[in-house]
Design a protein around this ligand. Structure first.
Ligand code: SF4
Length: 387
């Protein structure tokens, strides 16, 4: 077993994690290639958490030399991303994996269990491959379990094309030997308390690959097909200056509003579904134009100015000294760490044990979202809180 280092993982041109986008907008792959990859802190933290998960699973499975695990573990403890909370979220994922493995072992004495397994789906997607965090094969059932470290967007397993491509890769590899009839795919996203499973028959998965994936992947690979804008633009590298995305949003302004003074309810209902997307497009455009201006570009009618700032001390030590010498001693405040920071300090498990009974989560301010949003309606959430 070599050193665990996910940052060196190879990435396919048509990778599974962006499959929703290239299936909806095939030419986005070619268009994006002119933009450099910008590593983000979120991605780096995600890589780190995946490495911790992998080490813990190897430790449980006993398929890696213990001294090598401990040596790599010590290196990870020195990493800036290491914290009690990182331990806690990776523990949660690993606990789910262990539970699943034990359940499988109780009915099948010798399942195949693979950590960080390369999955090749190139039969349907040119040069397509990815890496399954945990793959289990037993008694005709294939399981793929995927860890998500994000705390922003909740990721559901239902018809998730990334997981379905991983499942497809595993099916192509193991079906000839194990006669797989069911593919089960799970996302574990501890920071949002989200564990989501989707299951389909092997036949349905192959049918999807043939009718949906293959034609779109071929278009994407060849840079052909129709541009199509939607929520999938969010992670597209071309999103700042893509003409299709701009046209999609600008078309709003061309709507034929018949009542010039006030919008009707119907017109507002028409605008709502695109409002969020419109807002995110405008924010992207502003960020892009600002960065270009910082780099020296001038936009007609615009100039760069310094943003608002707040006053701050040049040196806290000097301020304390000067204030004390002047006779002012009441210059400190102490306050309790916030819930998130304290949870980080204690680790999620200990935090829940010691402080769980003192934590409440008030109903948030009413927020208008599409009906498809998985959250409870506001009236139910508010009455839960009042009970
Ligand atoms: S920004 Fe959207 S429409 Fe444009 S290429 Fe990317 S995915 Fe397609």
């Amino acid at each position: 077993m070599s050193e665990i280092q996910h940052s060196s993982r190879a990435h396919a041109r048509l990778n599974a994690s962006s499959s929703h986008r290239w299936m909806m907008c095939p030419p986005s792959v070619k268009l994006s290639e002119q933009f450099a990859d910008k590593p983000s802190t979120y991605a780096e933290e995600g890589t780190f958490l995946h490495e911790l998960c992998e080490l813990k699973l190897h430790r449980y499975l006993g398929d890696m030399a213990p001294d090598l695990i401990e040596q790599q573990y010590a290196e990870h403890r020195d990493n800036d991303f290491y914290s009690d909370e990182a331990e806690s979220v990776t523990d949660e994922y690993v606990a789910f994996c262990i539970e699943t493995i034990e359940a499988v072992r109780s009915s099948c004495p010798d399942p195949l269990i693979m950590v960080e397994h390369r999955l090749d789906y190139s039969e349907y997607v040119p040069d397509g491959f990815g890496t399954g965090d945990l793959v289990i094969v037993a008694d005709g059932v294939l399981e793929v379990i995927d860890f998500k470290g994000g705390r922003g967007v909740r990721v559901e397993a239902h018809r998730n094309s990334q997981l379905m491509l991983y499942g497809l890769g595993a099916l192509l590899e193991f079906d000839p030997l194990y006669d797989i009839h069911t593919v089960r795919m799970t996302i574990v996203q501890p920071r949002l308390s989200n564990t989501s499973t989707y299951e389909m028959t092997a036949d349905d998965l192959v049918r999807w690959a043939e009718t949906d994936v293959r034609p779109k992947a071929l278009l994407a690979y060849e840079g052909k097909g129709e541009f199509c804008a939607g929520e999938w633009c969010r992670f597209c590298k071309a999103r700042y200056t893509c003409r299709k995305r701009s046209e999609y949003h600008m078309s709003l302004a061309e709507r034929d509003f018949r009542h010039p003074d006030l919008l009707s309810d119907e017109e507002i209902a028409d605008i709502l579904p695109v409002a969020e997307s419109l807002n995110s497009w405008v924010q992207d455009l502003l960020a892009y134009a600002t960065q270009e201006a910082v780099d020296g570009k001038s936009w007609p009618g615009y100039k760069l100015v310094a943003g608002r700032t707040v006053r701050k001390y040049t040196s806290e030590a000097e301020v304390i000294k000067a204030a004390t010498e002047a006779g002012y001693t009441d210059i400190y405040k102490t306050s309790l760490l916030g819930v998130g920071d304290l949870e980080k300090r204690l680790g999620r498990k200990k935090f829940n044990e010691v402080l769980g009974k003192f934590i409440i989560k008030p109903a948030g301010a009413p927020t208008l979202v599409p009906e498809t949003d998985p959250r409870k309606p506001y009236s139910d959430a508010a009455s839960d809180f009042n009970q």
